[in-house]
Write a protein that binds this ligand. Structure first.
Ligand SMILES: [Zn+2]
Length: 424
């Protein structure tokens, strides 16, 4: 199993200059591939590339990855632009592959081969926004304790917060928008089984007011509050953003360079954003770890984990869409849960979980989000919106072949418990 191990790294001022040159070069290669492909895409001029389309593969020049052509492109660019020779070619080749990957994702998403949210046409990278990064495969770096040697950069010391479990196969060095640096190693690790000794199953309904309402097969239940990290920082962010907009920023049309004040303020804004991001990640990962280690299976609505690994479900429809507009950490949480729980995470069909009465199973029509409690028209049970939805998810998970029978007895006891709590 491949995993990423990230560490903060502290380059010297000279190394920072070398790194920014490196990022400039990888960005240049990435952007030239995009410009090249954009022209092919817009003009349909396949013949401007050296590998011609064939009958069998009519648009191979646009879609396929051709390693020879790639390194030829780098050699060609290097002969024209001497500054590209000052950085490692390993990173340039990786940057080229990233650009190719972005195109292949775009094409396979457009043809429907790739599931999940639609991937847009690859965009140019800018030096003024987002992360700057470069990736090296094993011939471009080596690790020694808390130091990593990177080709044409030298030794970099990093904060070894935990030992690397095995020899890394690649490393990415990143400069974040808040001006901090990170190294991220890809390593092979043995998967750890977090499952508890005693069997217990959980069903989880993600909500707005409460982050998650959870019912357990042993009859217990729990509501996890919504931490709203973004909202807490909102006024600070707004102020910082306003100050940024008053300063002279970059302009592509007029080729205006940003002022020093703008650059400094941008780092401040980025720092506030990264604080929110870090707090959210921390919350999501700890919660996911707790759920995975306390429960045998965890059932959730399938829309929560659509496109889980890649995106965290940006394009989820209906409820998912409304949710993503709010300040919640679901994306981070479900992604983390998928990683730590693996196939113990059960996705159930989200249809009617909020409309059906969990006690008698009769559907009662759509409910506005503001309706927190409702009475079943058939059996007259008074139902809490969140508990009821979580119970329906558990009932649906009990039907899943993999856990069939496992949950049935447990569900009955929980239902009795639900009724008791509602009546009491
Ligand atoms: Zn009912």
């Amino acid at each position: 199993m491949k995993k990423r191990y990230n560490y903060r790294v502290y380059p010297s001022p000279r190394q920072q200059r070398d790194l920014s040159r490196l990022f400039g070069c990888t960005r240049f290669i990435y952007n030239s591939v995009i410009a090249d492909r954009q022209m092919i895409h817009e003009t349909g001029l396949h013949e401007i590339t050296d590998s011609r389309p064939t009958k069998k593969n009519p648009d191979c020049t646009v879609r396929s990855f051709d390693a020879n052509r790639q390194s030829a492109l780098i050699t060609y660019e290097r002969s024209r632009k001497s500054w590209l020779n000052q950085v490692s070619s390993v990173a340039l080749i990786q940057s080229l592959r990233d650009a190719e990957q972005a195109f292949s994702n775009f094409f396979s998403s457009r043809s429907g081969k790739r599931k999940g949210p639609k991937v847009g046409f690859p965009r140019f990278k800018s030096r003024f926004s987002g992360k700057q990064s470069a990736r090296f495969t094993s011939n471009g770096f080596r690790v020694d304790g808390d130091r990593v040697f990177i080709a044409k950069i030298g030794w970099l010391r990093f904060a070894l917060s935990r030992e690397l479990p095995s020899k890394p196969s690649s490393v990415t060095i990143t400069c974040n928008p808040d001006s901090t640096y990170e190294v991220s190693f890809v390593v092979d690790v043995e998967p750890v089984n977090l499952a508890p000794a005693a069997e217990r199953h959980a069903a989880l309904d993600a909500g707005l007011d409460t982050f998650a309402s959870v019912v357990y097969s042993d009859g217990t239940r729990e509501k996890v509050g919504n931490p709203r990290f973004y909202r807490k920082q909102q006024s600070k962010l707004r102020k910082a953003q306003r100050a940024l907009s008053r300063k002279q920023g970059p302009d592509r049309q007029t080729r205006q360079k940003p002022s020093n004040g703008w650059r400094k303020q941008q780092v401040k804004v980025a720092r506030l954003h990264s604080e929110v991001g870090h707090a959210r990640q921390d919350f999501a990962r700890k919660l996911a770890h707790r759920f995975a280690s306390e429960n045998t299976t965890i059932a959730v609505e399938s829309l929560n984990i659509r496109g889980l690994v890649r995106s965290g479900g940006h394009n989820a429809q209906g409820r998912g869409l409304r949710r993503s507009m709010h300040d919640v950490a679901w994306g981070a949480f479900f992604t983390a849960l998928g990683h730590v729980a693996g196939d113990r995470l059960i996705a159930v069909n989200p249809a009617y979980t909020s409309q059906t009465c969990a006690v008698c199973g009769v559907a009662g029509g759509p409910k506005a989000l503001s309706v927190r409690q409702w009475e079943c028209q058939s059996c007259h049970a008074v139902l809490d919106r969140d508990w009821n939805a979580a119970m329906n998810i558990m009932l649906a998970a009990g039907q899943v072949e993999r856990v069939k029978g496992l949950m049935q007895g447990l569900v009955t006891s929980n239902l009795a418990c639900l009724q008791a709590s509602l009546e009491g």
